[in-house]
Design a protein around this ligand. Structure first.
Ligand SMILES: Cc1cc2nc3c(=O)[nH]c(=O)nc-3n(C[C@H](O)[C@H](O)[C@H](O)COP(=O)(O)OP(=O)(O)OC[C@H]3O[C@@H](n4cnc5c(N)ncnc54)[C@H](O)[C@@H]3O)c2cc1C
Ligand code: SF4
Length: 485
């Protein structure tokens, strides 16, 4: 156990500072200052090594949190990364981007601020990369079986790494020009710099995983042909269909889905030429919808030099503290201040959009909004409360309705659930034999930690399908619902 009296001696959470707002919005680098190793060890020492570590249950990956808290406190970084990698292929992603349901479930959180689990996680992997401890783990022998993974987000990458290490010959197909899924073209660099994806891809290539970027399955190669060529296929194509807001004026110039905007910004940050880039520079920007996507639009708009940024949420402002109906160890819905929210702008709640209003040239110029009222459980604009706010760029960040289905249906006969996700059985297999489903394609838009967990578990099912048995871990089942998620 880490320091037996640690949680008594240190009762506060200490995290690395974020860089000053006026400085950080001038660049696209990650917002955090480097951490202090003494502070990190002190914080890791607060872990109580609980008899029943609820943090395990909170984490879909079942991360061995008390073990690596203890190793961090002892300064044994190499052993810590070995225990962290035992359950998580990509702690550099989750350590930066996860909302940390493990911390909501931490036992210390009952009467003290939770252990800074996520900070310990990211520090372990950063130290490991820095010291060259993250090495390729190629398989000892090849099975002669082939697997095609479609989609290179965290689900596809996790499945690919597990299956490559199990000895299968794995090719990852990605329609974008670069590997990474939403880590690459959704999430901006100020949350996670892309060099972290590159480091991991290098390791995976050294292990034998092959990457085929710029190939769209369903168009460049049909799903049925891919299935015929490979012994098994994993669908990890994400949930990319955006939820629209079909109101009057929706077709005005300057009204975009958030992902249209974020992809172009990420490309520009990567150094690509982006002709006619959608930019917030010198504009009044409205972001419709909260959540991670909305926050990423806010941070991006500030870095591009927006005149003003307003974030509209149709619902009530969440409480500042854990509400009574979401007691520990559930993950509560609380008012969140992400780094992007600190950087400026206004956050309006109970704000329903009524209409997009444009000028004669067909460009959006304002947004008519009204107060939200609740009628028979539905949220509707309250008549008589309408007002117009200036808007030169409107970004719709209202979530995603599910995966693209046309080609999967036509070419594989895949079936879909009532909620629009690709249907799969308890072994992650779709209705097409030998075709497995992992990540947002099968569960709807979710979290990186779930994508990695599903990629690992689906890999175990693929291995069992190909070999008759498997020793790969399966941290979750399709029917699993983690506490509060
Ligand atoms: C803007 C934004 C910010 C987010 N921020 C966070 C965050 O901070 N923390 C967090 O935990 N979660 C966050 N999420 C959610 C998280 O990114 C996703 O849950 C996660 O990436 C899902 O992983 P995935 O591998 O299932 O799919 P994705 O990451 O969506 O990857 C799917 C990939 O499949 C490719 N593809 C699709 N169809 C085909 C085809 N036919 N042929 C070839 N390739 C194809 C796509 O191009 C894409 O690259 C965010 C989501 C968005 C949109
Ligand atoms: S629940 Fe919190 S205190 Fe207990 S083992 Fe997990 S991290 Fe440590």
């Amino acid at each position: 156990m880490a320091d037996p009296k640690g949680f008594l001696k240190v009762t506060e959470r200490e995290l690395p500072a974020r860089r000053p707002v006026p400085v950080r919005i001038l660049d696209w680098k990650e917002v955090y200052e480097p951490g202090d190793s003494a502070v990190l060890r002190r914080q890791a020492g607060r872990c109580m090594d609980c008899g029943i570590p609820f943090c395990h249950k909170g984490c879909p990956l079942g991360n061995l949190i008390p073990e690596w808290n203890d190793l961090t406190w002892r300064g044994e970084g190499r052993a810590a990364i070995e225990r962290l990698h035992a359950t998580n292929n990509f702690p550099e992603f989750t350590g930066r981007l996860c909302p940390a349901p493990c911390e909501s479930a931490c036992v210390l959180g009952i009467n003290q601020p939770a252990v800074t689990i996520k900070q310990v996680e990211v520090s372990i992997i950063d130290e490991a990369f820095g010291n060259g401890w993250v090495e390729a783990e190629p398989p000892g022998r090849l099975t002669g079986k082939t697997v095609a993974i479609v989609g290179s987000g965290p689900a596809g990458l996790a499945a690919a790494q597990q299956l490559t290490r199990a000895g299968h010959t794995v090719a990852v197909f990605e329609r974008d020009d670069r590997i990474g899924g939403l880590l690459r073209y959704g999430i901006p660099d100020f949350k996670m710099e892309k060099r972290h994806i590159e480091s991991r891809i290098r390791q995976m290539q050294d292990e034998g995983t092959r990457f085929r970027a710029g190939v769209e399955i369903g168009k460049d190669i049909s799903w049925s042909e891919l299935r015929a060529r490979y012994d098994a296929v994993v669908v990890a194509t994400g949930a990319t269909m955006p939820r629209d807001l079909p109101l009057p004026g929706r077709d005005l110039a300057g009204v975009h889905f958030a992902m249209e905007y974020l992809v172009e910004s990420n490309r520009a940050t990567a150094g690509d030429a982006v002709p006619h880039q959608i930019t917030a520079e010198g504009k009044h920007v409205i972001v419709i919808g909260g959540g991670d996507t909305g926050a990423d639009c806010i941070g991006t708009a500030h870095r591009q030099g927006a005149l003003s940024v307003t974030n509209l949420a149709i619902g009530r402002r969440p409480p500042g503290e854990r509400p009574e109906h979401q007691p520990w160890p559930m993950t509560p819905t609380v008012f969140e201040v992400q780094s992007a929210h600190e950087e400026g702008g206004e956050r309006a709640y109970l704000a329903s959009t009524v209409e997009f209003i444009g000028n004669e040239a067909g460009e959006v110029r304002s947004l008519r909004i009204a107060e939200t009222e609740f009628v028979d459980g539905r949220r509707v604009p309250k008549s008589g409360t309408e007002r117009d706010i200036p808007a030169d760029l409107v970004l719709i960040a209202m979530g995603f309705t599910g995966p693209e289905r046309e080609h999967l249906e036509e070419q594989l006969g895949a079936q879909f659930t009532g909620r629009g996700a690709v249907e799969r059985d308890d072994e992650w297999q779709s209705t097409a034999p030998g075709v497995f489903v992992a990540g947002d394609a099968g569960r709807g838009q979710s979290l990186i930690v779930w994508a990695i967990a599903e990629g690992r578990a689906a890999a175990a099912s693929v291995d069992a399908y190909l070999m008759g048995e498997t020793s790969l871990p399966a941290p979750v089942r399709p029917t699993d619902v983690a506490i509060g998620l």
